[in-house]
Design a protein. Structure first.
Length: 484
């Protein structure tokens, strides 16, 4: 059943955008997309072929050659027009997102604004891609460092932020003078396609952006093997990130990888209890716990432990699980049945190793999962070393700061981390000691367009957003002028 209630139904597209043409696939094959809240089929998307992916790359390559010659102001003006159009379609884009992804409408609206913010930020950055002048050892030389666009790029994006994970990549790419071929998640393609409709209306040149829908195993290897694609930006699991890195080796492609996390959230005895509870609620249950920066391990010092568990359990009991389109609900469904099975397995594993429910026990209904609080959690349990990606809040008890920092860092991942304290010395000490790309002090939120986002260790390579975001799409050229 197509999405109803859109004020602009033309935003809902069931075709791919390849080299400037909206098209079905020559394969004749389609994939169905369902609504995780109801299980109903929303529509289909073309299962694009390798040849169609090649066509998108070729079009991107030729469009990029013209685009890079446009002035930064011209590029910025188109990005700003796109920004305005996205905000003008906020309600429709949020509805499409909620129907295909499940997150509640209020969060979907938040994501639309967050997604748009990257267009504005990088429109501004387009005008500041300044190079440098070097001091050379020779009297007769001048050496300049120029910043130039990488060229044709590709992106593979996930389902948990169907719009923002696209604009966070394509906004800096277009600002820098690059083109981009995007393969959105097959679970949430309609947000990406709606974004492309608005890009066309904003005047983005034909072919500069393609949205190639379909199966990862058909499209992914074409993007990685293509020598024309000079850079790949990926957000998704560490497993697939490692695979793409391997596949990109043959063409020595530049890579930005934003992969899995296992975020710790530390609550010290001297924390403000209500601030810590609010931060943990936000960082844990946003998008039903399905974000790579969701706190996965809640480490609480013994002196505040019982009060924290009691308060957060009260807050968790207030969450209302249900269809995200209904404004009374505060938490939507999980994306698919496999996600539900993983939650169940993590909770059962923890209980069998001695954890206890502090909240009501887990119950599931289709893809709806009730949020739970577990206490008595230890490092022997799966929740301590695997990303749960769902509404399970596991509480570990610790005694000393040193123990907490060691436990927090004992993971191969290094994306986000959070801690709560009112002691200024501890704030500095712990902030510097946490081995993560992002640290939140007295907050459960670390995402904004103006700060670099990304991880260390097996959480990835590169940074998105902030000033470094555009550098990911720029090459440095040293220009040596001799005999002067
Ligand atoms: P998640 O666990 O969040 O679903 P994935 O890493 O499986 O993360 O998926 C993120 C994106 O990577 C999606 O667009 C998906 O289609 C794509 N993807 C999955 N497997 C591959 C693959 N083998 N090659 C290229 N892309 C892939």
């Amino acid at each position: 059943m197509p999405i109803s209630g859109l004020s602009d139904p033309s935003l809902f597209r069931e075709q791919a955008l390849i080299g400037g043409s909206w098209t079905d696939s020559t394969s004749g094959k389609t994939l169905s997309v369902d609504n995780p809240a109801t299980g109903e089929i929303i529509g289909t998307i073309p299962a694009c072929t390798a040849a169609e992916t090649e066509k998108a790359i070729a079009a991107a390559d030729s469009a990029q050659k013209r685009w890079k010659t446009r002035t930064p102001d011209e590029r910025a003006a188109i990005l700003m027009k796109w920004y305005d159009l996205i905000l003008a379609s906020l309600d429709d884009l949020a509805t499409i997102m909620t129907v295909e992804q499940g997150k509640v409408l209020a969060e979907a609206k938040g994501e639309v604004k967050y997604a748009a913010s990257f267009l504005r930020w990088f429109a501004e950055e387009a005008r500041r891609m300044d190079g440098t002048i070097i001091t050379p050892p020779q009297r007769d030389r001048r050496v300049l460092v120029l910043k130039q666009p990488v060229g044709t790029t590709a992106a593979i994006t996930p389902w948990n932020f169907p719009l923002a994970m696209i604009t966070r990549k394509c906004a800096p790419a277009f600002a820098a003078g690059c083109s981009m071929v995007i393969k959105p998640s097959e679970l949430t393609p309609y947000s990406a396609l709606a974004l492309a409709v608005l890009a066309e209306r904003a005047g983005l040149p034909s072919g500069l952006l393609s949205i190639v829908t379909g199966e990862a195993k058909e499209i992914g290897p074409v993007l990685t093997a293509s020598p024309t694609v000079r850079k790949l930006s990926f957000t998704g699991s560490t497993r697939v990130g490692a695979l793409l890195m391997e596949q990109s080796a043959s063409t020595i492609k530049r890579l930005s990888l934003e992969l899995g996390g296992n975020a710790p959230l530390l609550v010290f005895d001297d924390a403000d209890l209500e601030t810590a509870v609010a931060g943990a609620m936000g960082s844990k249950f946003r998008n039903s716990g399905q974000t790579c920066v969701c706190s996965n391990r809640i480490l609480v010092q013994s002196g505040i432990h019982d009060r924290f568990v009691a308060r957060i359990t009260e807050e968790v009991a207030k969450l209302k699980v249900g269809n995200g389109l209904d404004p009374k609900n505060t938490m939507g469904p999980l994306i698919n049945d496999a996600a539900v099975a993983k939650i169940r397995a993590h909770v059962e594993d923890a209980l069998s190793h001695g954890a206890r429910y502090a909240s009501a026990p887990l119950s599931t209904d289709g893809r709806f999962v009730t949020p739970v609080v577990l206490e008595g959690v230890t490092s022997a349990m799966r929740v301590s070393c695997e990303e749960t990606f769902g509404p399970v809040l596991p509480v570990f008890k610790f005694e000393t700061e040193e123990e907490a920092v060691t436990l927090a860092n004992s993971t191969p991942f290094g994306l986000a981390s959070y801690f709560f304290t009112t002691d200024i010395s501890r704030a500095w000490r712990v902030g510097e000691a946490l081995d993560f790309g992002m640290v939140g002090l007295n907050t459960g939120s670390v995402s904004m367009e103006s700060a670099p986002f990304g991880g260390i260790k097996q959480s990835g390579l590169g940074r998105e957003g902030g000033h470094p975001g555009i550098d990911e799409f720029l090459e440095l050229k040293s220009f040596h002028m001799a005999g002067l």
